[in-house]
Ligand binder design. Structure first.
Ligand SMILES: Nc1ncnc2c1ncn2[C@@H]1O[C@H](COP(=O)(O)OP(=O)(O)OP(=O)(O)O)[C@@H](O)[C@H]1O
Ligand SMILES: [Mg+2]
Length: 392
């Protein structure tokens, strides 16, 4: 039982008043929280607005304590996923479970999962402590409990000394920490985060990411559904990543595996830069890294993938940093390429090349003597870093 429930607090939405009350802060975070039995399941969930399907047959299980990132381009249905589990939009079909219970037909307040829906930012007319207390007071928690929980939540995000400030007296990153404290104050088991860092600049985003990771280590039972369109945030923070495209789940897997072995072109390109070479699969059989493919006249070894038949054309995905100018291992793949352009980017050299009429990109630690455009080079890569992807 959650501490909120233990205190006899009814479930309910903290409806955060009207939009006009909301801070016109730069933060674009929406954070909602539900205390429940941890994990979440979407089973064949379809959501439509005025007959227009925006989430289609969506199936996803988030394990208790897991951080699941939901990523995808703008309009792909990410917020809709959160709205569905939060109960703010009713699926036209499918089932939603939270904490092991079917909550599909329950309105938000009756789901028994006590929900806090937070809005873009903090209430500007309330001090930090009152902002954080909001969900507890809405649940009519006794004032001594409110004080203790607010203190605990603020301390979790390192904001204890800011309790009496107004949101306008805080930096963007500090406001964001308070928003997270506000979500955590009711001791949720499920935290829904919708683009929580999108309004922060790159450096603060990085440190907030580290803080979120630390926070999760201190609350290992907290299940997190983290919506972002930033693949770096997802890769840094999430145990697993679900990729949405046009309302459909197109890829799902442990973050690292999805990055290293994307199942399709969309996932490969969405999760980072990728060289996608057109190749013909010769032999798919004989062990993990032993598929052979033809790239023009060059034969290469790659990781096999079920479902691609011999002699068919497919794509070979190699991340730019997995290509190198020297062989890193005996028997590495090699191919000849001509240098097109060399760009120095401080931490790395980014080299554009062409091989067999196809464009390639290689990134490497800065070179003392970068190659000249027009030079022919040998590029090397391991079969383990070359993933086959179906062409379509
Ligand atoms: N209340 C609504 N009425 C009608 N259409 C809506 C409504 N809310 C969202 N949509 C549509 O549903 C689709 C998915 O929207 P959603 O907000 O889930 O996307 P998103 O992936 O969160 O995008 P973003 O990255 O821009 O936040 C979009 O095409 C959007 O226009
Ligand atoms: Mg959204």
């Amino acid at each position: 039982m959650s501490s909120a429930a233990a205190q006899g607090l009814g479930p309910g939405e903290v409806a955060a008043s009207s939009g006009a009350d909301l801070a016109s802060s730069t933060l674009a975070a929406k954070i909602s929280v539900t205390p429940s039995g941890g994990g979440v399941a979407f089973e064949g969930v379809t959501v439509a607005y005025k007959g227009n399907t925006v989430l289609s047959d969506f199936t996803l299980t988030v394990r208790p304590g897991e951080i699941m990132a939901v990523i995808g381009p703008s309009g792909s249905g990410k917020t809709t996923v959160l709205r569905a589990i939060a109960g703010f939009v009713r699926p036209v079909s499918g089932r939603l479970c939270a904490g092991g219970r079917d909550v599909t037909d329950l309105p938000p307040r009756a789901r028994g999962i006590g929900m806090v829906v937070q809005n873009y930012a903090l209430f500007p007319h309330m001090r930090v402590a009152d902002n954080v207390a909001f969900g507890l007071r809405a649940r009519r928690a006794p004032e001594h409990t409110v004080r203790a929980e607010v203190e605990a939540a603020l301390s979790m995000v390192g904001m204890s000394s800011f309790a009496s400030r107004y949101p306008r007296e805080l930096s963007g990153g500090q406001q964001q920490r308070v928003a997270i404290a506000r979500a955590l104050a009711i001791r949720p088991e499920l935290l829904l985060l919708d683009e929580p860092l999108s309004a922060l600049d790159a450096q603060i985003r990085q440190s907030m990411l580290e803080e979120l990771a630390r926070l999760h280590r201190s609350l290992p039972a907290l299940t997190v559904l983290y919506v972002t369109h930033d693949q770096t945030e997802a890769l840094t923070l999430a145990d697993r990543i679900a990729i949405l495209r046009d309302g459909k789940l197109v890829a799902l897997g442990p973050s690292r595996e999805l990055y290293q072995r994307p199942p399709n072109r969309f996932a490969a390109e969405f999760l980072g830069r990728a060289n996608l070479l057109s190749v013909i699969l010769d032999t798919p059989e004989a062990g993990e890294d032993n598929a052979t493919v033809r790239f023009g006249a060059t034969q290469l070894r790659a990781r096999a993938r079920a479902g691609i038949a011999a002699s068919t054309s497919c794509l070979l995905c190699i991340r730019p940093h997995d290509l190198s100018l020297t062989a890193r291992e005996p028997g590495a793949n090699s191919l000849a390429a001509r240098v097109r352009e060399v760009r120095w980017k401080g931490e790395l050299h980014d080299i554009a090349l062409e091989a067999e009429g196809q464009a390639l990109r290689l990134t490497t630690a800065p070179l003392r003597r970068p190659p000249e455009p027009g030079t022919m080079l040998s590029l090397y890569f391991s079969a383990a870093d070359a993933t086959l992807i179906p062409e379509s």
